[in-house]
Design a protein around this ligand. Structure first.
Ligand SMILES: Cc1cc2nc3c(=O)[nH]c(=O)nc-3n(C[C@H](O)[C@H](O)[C@H](O)COP(=O)(O)OP(=O)(O)OC[C@H]3O[C@@H](n4cnc5c(N)ncnc54)[C@H](O)[C@@H]3O)c2cc1C
Length: 293
């Protein structure tokens, strides 16, 4: 389908973009990589009168790694993340999860800010942001505000972003090098949207017990979220084969999966449990295949 008629403008500064957004109200829509927005326009799911392209705002693109963590400019693309020389060691979970996003051409254009604003329940980035307890920096007419991920991601396709605000940065807390982590995803083909996925991480105390475990999933009807009861199960425990089995069963019970043309809910529930178990196994270096044999 062809796009509807729409005006297009490419501001040169963030202030100009914010002024345009504020002046045009509901008639305006921001565009970053266009990888979610353009299909929505083509399918007439949206009909803005003006597109405000963020492509001229170079200050919104870039990756900063400091002692306090990783900061992604909202216009940072998946490809920028993939080719960054030290992101993989600075935040291996982020790098691994982003490796599953889409295909080559889409990765060249799709942006972190666009993915978070769109908040597709089967996209990798919103789950990463929620699981890691990142902060989202947004700019509006009154300046910037910093929103914790749990308050920003409100549900599928729903965020705390106001209509006249622009995401400028996503800040991930520092990643200790000894941290244990795992990311597992099931998709029909690599690069397709996930049918289910799990991201886990925790630190170990001197007794090899899990400290402050984080478990996030993709595939739940509520969108990106953490499985707090699985986290409670793991906290203070050694990650053993039998604990993995318990975690898998609890993940299945704690999940209300989405049902769509790709999978009925019970199938997706089982997949989420499997992804949690596999991600935990990877984090602890436990081979599931050996255990089964
Ligand atoms: C065939 C295909 C397969 C895909 N597979 C995957 C996948 O497996 N996993 C995955 O995660 N994604 C996937 N995507 C989506 C892709 O990752 C996009 O990068 C992502 O949706 C973000 O799009 P974008 O940056 O192009 O934003 P756009 O499409 O330009 O914008 C998306 C939304 O975000 C808003 N927006 C954009 N930037 C900002 C900002 N800075 N502040 C506020 N609002 C903003 C826009 O107004 C719009 O509402 C796929 C897309 C396609 C077309």
């Amino acid at each position: 389908m062809k796009l509807p008629d729409v005006d297009y403008i490419r501001p040169k500064t963030l202030k100009e973009a914010l002024d345009l957004l504020s002046a045009h109200g509901d008639d305006a829509k921001l565009i970053a990589g266009g990888q979610s927005l353009m299909p929505m326009l083509a399918f007439r799911l949206l009909a803005p009168k003006i597109l405000i392209d963020l492509a001229g705002l170079s200050e919104l693109r870039g990756i900063e790694i400091t002692e306090s963590g990783v900061r992604l400019g909202a216009r940072t693309t998946w490809h920028d993340i993939e080719r960054h020389p030290s992101l993989k060691s600075a935040h291996p979970l982020l790098a691994a999860a982003i490796g599953h996003v889409a295909h080559y051409q889409i990765r060249n254009r799709g942006t972190a800010g666009g993915s978070l604003a769109h908040c597709d329940p089967v996209a990798e980035f919103p789950t990463l942001v929620v699981t890691c307890g990142a902060e989202v920096v947004v700019a509006g007419q009154d300046g910037e505000r910093v929103i914790p991920a749990a308050d920003f991601v409100l549900g599928p396709m729903t965020t705390a972003l106001a209509a006249d605000e622009i995401i400028v940065q996503i800040r991930f807390p520092a990643w200790p090098q000894a941290r244990r982590w795992g990311f597992e995803e099931f998709a029909r083909r690599r690069g397709d949207f996930a049918m289910a996925a799990a991201a886990v991480f925790y630190d170990l105390d001197g007794d090899q017990r899990a400290l402050d475990p984080h478990v996030g999933i993709i595939g739940d009807a509520d969108g990106a979220r953490r499985l707090t009861d699985v986290e409670d199960l793991l906290a203070g425990q050694r990650i053993t084969r039998s604990l993995l089995t318990e975690a898998r069963a609890l993940a299945e019970r704690s999940t209300t999966p989405s049902e769509d043309i790709h999978a009925p809910a019970p199938y997706r529930r089982a997949l989420i449990g499997t992804m949690v178990e596999r991600a935990l196994a990877a984090s602890a270096g436990i081979s599931l295949s050996k255990a089964v044999a």
